[in-house]
Design a protein around this ligand. Structure first.
Ligand code: FES
Length: 126
């Protein structure tokens, strides 16, 4: 009889699939302390030489590319109301949870990134 070999499939985060092997890994980069960013606030950090916007939406952290889908203005210098980020330049609005363009001038969605929080550390995977 063959020894039992556990099989895993799916994507990290699904039932039965570990988020990390042996702690944080799998491409997640520690970027900040969760306690540094209050609910309703956002900031930018650099991950792999790219500006990444981190938003705290009612205690849940989200990460997006920190460049508007219109002309690239830094969204982190805009405003965050609920889950809506408004660009400071021409006021396009994006969903902080997904990067989806909600309204504004000719524009495009912005990429969003996976976020994990362990203890007081926020990790992002680009
Ligand atoms: Fe953001 Fe134009 S650069 S709306």
């Amino acid at each position: 009889m063959a020894p039992h070999t556990p099989q895993r499939s799916g994507t990290p985060g699904e039932a039965g699939v570990p988020l990390y092997d042996g702690g944080i890994g799998n491409g997640f980069t520690p970027i900040m302390k969760a306690s540094e960013l209050a609910p309703g606030a956002m900031k930018w950090v650099v991950v792999d030489r790219e500006r990444v916007l981190v938003a705290n939406v009612e205690g849940v952290f989200y990460a997006l590319r920190d460049a508007c889908g219109h002309q690239g203005a830094p969204l982190s210098t805009g405003t965050l109301v609920g889950y809506v980020i408004e660009c400071p330049l021409h006021f396009a609005c994006f969903d902080a949870r997904t990067g989806e363009l909600l309204n504004g001038p000719v524009s495009a969605d912005v990429p969003s990134y996976q976020v994990r929080v362990e203890g007081d550390t926020v990790y992002v995977k680009r």
